[in-house]
Design a protein around this ligand. Structure first.
Ligand code: SAH
Ligand code: SF4
Ligand code: F3S
Length: 475
C-alpha cells in the first residue's frame, strides 16, 4: 500500500518535470562560493541534478534551476552571495518557472534560513550543509506543487531545511557526483570541525567531526585513479583529525596516507587543511616515506603572537609551530609550505602584528593567503573589542608586501632547474600555453595544448614572475 503510494508520487513528480520541460533540454547553473569543500559539494549538486535529467547550462543559456552554494567565513563572502541572489529576482520575473535554491554554510547559521525566507520570497529551496541530498526531492515537490497551484491552490511550496541528519555519512556515500576538476579529483575524508577557533563560524555551520570509512575512501581513490585522475586532493576542515571519532586506533590520517600510497598507478596526492596542533611525527613520517604524497603542505599559522594565538584558541604557540616546520624541512628538504594569516583579530597590538611579520620571515612561506579578520555573529571573538578597519587594512598591506617579496625570492630559486609538472589546464592569460604545478605546488606556465592536460612533463624553468614560473618541456 505504502509502496504503491510512493510510486504514484514519484510518477506525478516525474510528470511535473516533463510538463515544465515540454520536451526540451533542462539546464542547471551552480554558483559556488567559499572553500574547496564547497567546490566539491557543488560536484555532488551537479551529480544530483544530472541524475534528474538536467544538464550544465551553456554560457548565455537560460537555466531552469539556479543553485547558490554559499559560504559565510567572512562578511565579504556572504555579501557577494546575497547580492547575486538579489539579482535573480529579475530573472525569476522573466521566467517564473525558474527554481532558485540557496544551500551550504550561509543558511546553516542561526536565524539565517528564516531571514532568507522573509527577504527573498522568490527563493524556493533553502538547504543546510548536510541536506544537499534532499535537493532532488525538493525540486520535484516544488514542480508538482506548481502544477497543482494552477488548478486549485495558490499556496506555493517552499522548503527550508537545515536540520543535520544523523545518518549523514550513509546518505553522503550514495550521493552521485559529477567531477569538474580533471585531472584533480577532490575526495572528502572528514566532515565538520571540533576546534572552535574563537573567530571561526565553521564549527557552527558544518557540525561535529565525522570521518568516512577508510575502505570507502580507498575505494574512491582507486576508482578515480582507474578513471584516469592524476591528482587526488583529500579534503577536510582538519584532515589531521581523520579517525579521531573512530574507536580503531589504526584508523588515522598517517595510516590513510600510507594506504593510499600503496595504490598502484602514477598519481599525486595532496590534502587540506592541516591544523598545526595535530600535525604529528607519524604524519610527517608517512609523507616523507611515500612516493605519491606531494612535498607540499598548507599549514595555517593565523598569527605570530602567542597571546593572539591563545585568544584565538589555536592550541599551539609560535615555538611549537616553528618546531613542526623544522621537522618537516628536515624530513622533506624541498617541501613547499603555504599558510593562512589573519590580521586585526581583537587584542592584536602593533607589537603582536610585528610577531606575525617575524614568523613570516622565519618560515619563508612559498605563498600565504592573507585575510582581514571579519567578526562572525555567534562566535566568541565577535563579542570582543574590535580593531578599527583602517588599522587592519594598513596591517594587511604591510603583510602582503612582505610575503610578495618572499614569494618572488622562492620563485627565483626554481629558475634553471627541471621539475616534473602535471599539466592541469589551458593557461588563462597566454595563448598556446598550458599550466600545471610542481610537486611542491608552484604554478608553471609552458607551451602546450589541451591534449597535454592530465599528463606529466619535465619542465625547465626559464623565468619567474611573483608566484608563477615559466618554462618549456624538456626531452
Ligand atoms: N579549516 C581550515 C580553514 C578554515 S577557513 C583551517 O583550520 O585552517 C580558511 C581560513 O579563513 C582560515 O585559515 C582563516 O585564516 C580564515 N578565516 C576564518 N575565519 C575568519 C574570519 N572570521 N575572518 C577572517 N578570516 C577568517
Ligand atoms: Fe575554523 Fe579553526 Fe575549525 Fe579551521 S580548525 S575550520 S579555522 S574552527
Ligand atoms: Fe566557507 Fe563553509 Fe568553506 S563557511 S570556507 S564554504 S566550510
Amino acid at each position: 500500500m505504502y509502496n504503491s503510494l510512493l510510486k504514484k508520487i514519484t510518477r506525478l513528480r516525474a510528470h511535473a518535470i516533463y510538463v515544465q520541460s515540454k520536451g526540451r533540454n533542462m539546464f542547471y547553473k551552480i554558483n559556488t562560493y567559499g572553500c574547496q569543500m564547497n567546490v566539491h559539494e557543488s560536484e555532488k549538486i551537479a551529480g544530483i541534478l544530472e541524475n534528474m535529467g538536467y544538464s550544465d547550462c551553456p554560457e548565455n543559456g537560460n537555466p531552469d534551476v539556479i543553485v547558490f552554494n554559499t559560504c559565510c567565513i567572512r562578511d565579504t563572502a556572504e555579501r557577494r552571495a546575497l547580492g547575486n541572489i538579489g539579482v535573480t529576482k529579475a530573472e525569476k520575473k522573466r521566467n517564473p518557472n525558474l527554481i532558485l535554491a540557496v544551500v551550504g554554510c550561509m543558511p546553516q547559521q542561526d536565524g539565517v534560513a528564516e531571514s532568507l525566507k522573509e527577504r527573498y520570497p522568490y527563493v524556493d529551496i533553502v538547504l543546510g550543509t548536510r541536506n544537499i541530498a534532499e535537493l532532488k526531492d525538493e525540486i520535484e515537490k516544488v514542480l508538482s506543487s506548481r502544477a497543482r497551484i494552477k488548478k486549485r491552490s495558490d499556496k506555493k511550496y517552499r522548503c527550508f531545511d537545515t536540520e543535520q541528519p544523523q545518518n549523514y555519512l550513509e546518505i553522503d556515500e550514495k550521493t552521485p557526483q559529477t567531477r569538474t576538476s580533471y585531472p584533480n579529483a577532490w575526495i572528502n575524508i572528514i566532515y565538520g570541525c571540533n576546534n572552535f577557533c574563537t573567530y571561526c563560524i565553521v564549527p557552527y555551520v558544518r557540525g561535529r567531526e565525522v570521518s568516512r570509512d577508510m575502505d570507502s575512501v580507498l575505494d574512491e581513490v582507486k576508482k578515480c585513479v582507474d578513471e584516469g585522475y592524476k591528482e587526488i586532493t583529500l579534503l577536510g576542515q582538519n584532515v589531521n583529525s581523520y579517525g579521531n571519532d573512530v574507536d580503531d586506533p589504526n584508523v588515522n590520517f598517517a595510516n590513510l596516507l600510507r594506504e593510499i600510497d600503496k595504490i598502484e598507478g602514477k598519481f599525486r596526492v595532496r590534502f587540506m587543511t592541516s591544523h598545526p596542533k595535530d600535525l604529528n611525527d607519524d604524519i610527517i613520517d608517512a609523507m616523507a616515506h611515500s612516493s605519491k604524497i606531494c612535498n607540499n603542505l598548507h599549514l595555517p599559522i593565523q598569527a605570530g603572537s602567542d597571546k593572539v594565538l591563545a585568544n584565538m584558541n589555536r592550541r599551539y604557540d609560535s615555538e611549537k609551530y616553528l618546531q613542526t616546520i623544522e621537522k618537516l624541512r628536515k624530513a622533506m628538504p624541498n617541501i613547499g609550505i603555504t599558510t593562512d594569516i589573519m590580521v586585526g583579530f581583537p587584542t592584536e597590538t602593533e607589537e603582536d602584528f610585528q610577531k606575525t611579520l617575524e614568523i613570516v620571515e622565519k618560515v619563508h612561506y612559498s605563498n600565504a593567503f592573507t585575510f582581514i579578520y571579519s567578526p562572525r555573529k555567534g562566535t566568541p571573538a565577535a563579542k570582543m573589542e574590535q580593531i578599527p578597519y583602517s588599522v587592519k587594512q594598513e596591517r594587511i598591506s604591510r603583510l602582503i608586501k612582505l610575503q610578495n617579496k618572499i614569494t618572488k625570492e622562492i620563485s627565483d630559486t626554481y629558475v634553471g632547474g627541471v621539475f616534473e609538472v602535471l599539466c592541469e589546464d589551458i593557461a588563462p592569460k597566454y595563448e598556446g600555453m598550458v599550466c600545471g604545478r610542481t610537486e611542491s605546488g608552484r604554478l608553471v606556465t609552458f607551451e602546450g595544448t589541451s591534449d597535454d592536460i592530465g599528463k606529466f612533463f619535465n619542465v625547465k624553468i626559464s623565468q619567474s614572475k611573483s608566484a608563477s614560473l615559466f618554462g618549456h618541456k624538456e626531452g
